[in-house]
Ligand binder design. Structure first.
Ligand SMILES: Cc1ncc(COP(=O)(O)O)c(C=O)c1O
Length: 393
């Protein structure tokens, strides 16, 4: 594994590197692409080899997920997170967002409130809106450079009987918090008191930087587990999002049966043979690759921290506890949200996700995807420092 290797992605229609995407969203097709949350790094060798082997077989008919898929998944979670997933609690689903959409429909009615904790992954807002539910905000608070949940506000929002669901992002995209057991227990207590269903999106769960440790929400307590569903996936961990594979864990039997009925009603029950092969190979053989990746990502964070302190002290790094995303605070530059967006894309020539995409609470910030060769991060930082120097003081 050589994470420094620069690989040309332009030959495939990736969202991140497509000129049309960069021109459309950033007004600059030459900006360095660091917005979409996938990595410019090759998947583990085992994944590539198993896919090649499967292609060589030459027949790609209807299949089911094999027993070995489930044992690989279960032993991954047992070994890395100490979470013993019961087989009967597993419901496969093509993608995390599919699962979230189903769960929203299952646990609320049109017009009901769904609580989000902005700044947060913008697709949550879209899936809530497209299912005709109301977005209710429980914004995170930035206290001394670290984001925290506002439990008093959550209690108020949870107590409103119109609000039925909390979507938890654990760990949190974009601010990089790896929620602690104490925090998650507080969430569980509030949600339990007010009968709020919790959808916990743990797609970034494999990215926790020591000493931080990812705590699967369903492990917090049996009662928390009975009133929640976890969405997990190998997509981010092994950079295989394009395979489209996810897993939903639903401990409550009634909830699980209804999830299955819903998936059946909309015929969301086919599987992709390549996705199964990739997931199984990743969970079976990807541990060393991921360990090396976590070290590499922390190296990228160290580079950013040091560089900003030395060359662009108006920009501060919100210290990530995990994920491969970095949340940068540009408020000192004194630009409004639109001006900052334009400055980054046109002057600094870097395509970062503008903070306001994650809710107005993110204005003045931007998210940088750092799952890329260190050289790319360095180029982006050089561009940024040079553009800041050109700003009128
Ligand atoms: C928190 C979070 N959830 C879900 C997704 C998308 O998951 P999927 O592609 O499985 O729908 C992303 C991708 O960026 C994400 O960051």
């Amino acid at each position: 594994m050589n994470f420094d290797e620069r690989i040309d992605r332009s030959q495939y229609p990736t969202m991140k590197w497509s000129r049309a995407f960069l021109a459309g969203h950033f007004g600059n097709e030459a900006a360095i692409p660091m917005s979409v949350a996938d990595m410019d790094l090759k998947a583990p060798t085992a994944v590539i080899e198993q896919l090649q082997k499967r292609v060589g077989h030459g027949i790609f008919g209807y299949e089911v997920k094999p027993e070995s898929y489930f044992t690989a998944l279960e032993s991954w979670y047992q070994q890395r997170h100490g979470w013993k997933i019961a087989r009967r609690h597993i419901e496969p689903c093509p993608s995390i967002l599919n699962a979230i959409a189903i769960l929203i429909n299952q646990h609320s009615n049109e017009g009901d409130g769904v609580i989000l904790q902005p700044p947060v992954f913008f697709e949550f807002r879209m899936v809530v809106k497209s299912n005709a539910r109301k977005i209710v905000k429980n914004p995170l608070k930035l206290v001394a450079g670290r984001y925290q949940m506002d439990f008093a506000d959550l209690e108020v929002k949870a107590a409103d009987p119109h609000n039925k669901i909390l979507i938890l992002c654990n760990p949190h995209n974009p601010v990089g918090r790896v929620w602690t057991e104490t925090e998650l227990a507080q969430v569980a207590a509030i949600c339990e008191r007010h009968h709020l269903f919790v959808i916990t999106d743990e797609i970034h769960g494999d990215f926790a930087f020591p000493p931080h440790r990812h705590i699967p929400y369903l492990t917090v307590s049996e009662s928390a587990a009975q009133n929640a569903a976890a969405c997990i996936s190998p997509a981010k961990t092994f950079n295989i999002a394009g395979m489209v594979d996810a897993i939903t864990i639903i401990p409550n039997e009634t909830h699980r049966r209804r999830f299955r009925e819903f998936a059946h009603r909309y015929q969301i029950n086919k599987i992709n043979v390549f996705a199964s092969v990739a997931t199984e190979a990743a969970y079976q053989e990807g541990a060393a690759w991921l360990d090396a990746l976590l070290v590499y990502l922390q190296g990228n964070v160290d580079l950013i921290r040091g560089f900003l302190q030395a060359n662009a002290s108006d920009v501060s790094l919100i210290e990530p506890e995990g994920t491969f995303l970095v949340w940068l605070d540009f408020q000192e530059l004194g630009l409004d949200a639109k001006a900052l967006e334009k400055f980054l894309a046109r002057e600094a020539r870097i395509a970062l996700s503008p903070g306001y995409w994650f809710g107005r609470e993110g204005a003045g910030f931007a998210r940088m995807t750092i799952g890329c060769p260190r050289q790319t991060v360095l180029r982006a930082l050089d561009n940024l420092a040079a553009a800041i120097k050109r700003l009128p003081s």
